[in-house]
Design a protein around this ligand. Structure first.
Ligand code: ZN
Ligand code: ZN
Length: 120
């Protein structure tokens, strides 16, 4: 029982059809540029722990490292979250950020993840 119809809504920024509140292009645009760079550095300077898992973030790790620093949007940009609001931006590990994003996507597409917690 599934339907393959993807609902599109106009992007809140550019008005083009998108599958979420804000289209990918606008999300990417909002993650580049001076104001965002500045905000990121504010978060890096003010926070020391990952808001998702609660452990310390080593800000010296190389970017491609799973535990490297990223800035996560508490309310995702594609869900209409304010891109440059300090209160919507928190320090997170790259891995935690990605896992959270994937989980949100999973919920959206009704993917069922079975995890055996007893092995953790
Ligand atoms: Zn857009
Ligand atoms: Zn973390």
């Amino acid at each position: 029982m599934s339907c393959d119809v993807t609902l599109t809504v106009p992007c809140m920024d550019c008005g083009l059809p998108a599958i979420s509140v804000r289209c990918k292009t606008c999300c990417a645009r909002l993650r580049s540029g001076r104001p965002w760079e500045r905000l990121k550095h504010t978060v890096f300077a003010e926070e020391s722990h990952c808001w998702i898992c609660g452990t310390w973030v080593n800000q010296d790790l190389p970017q491609e490292h799973a535990k490297s620093r990223t800035v996560d949007h508490v309310q995702a940009l594609r869900d209409g979250g304010p891109p440059l609001d300090r209160n919507n931006c928190r320090l997170a590990h790259r891995g935690c950020n990605t896992a959270r994003t994937n989980q949100a996507r999973g919920n959206r597409t009704h993917t069922t993840l079975s995890v055996d917690i007893s092995t953790i």
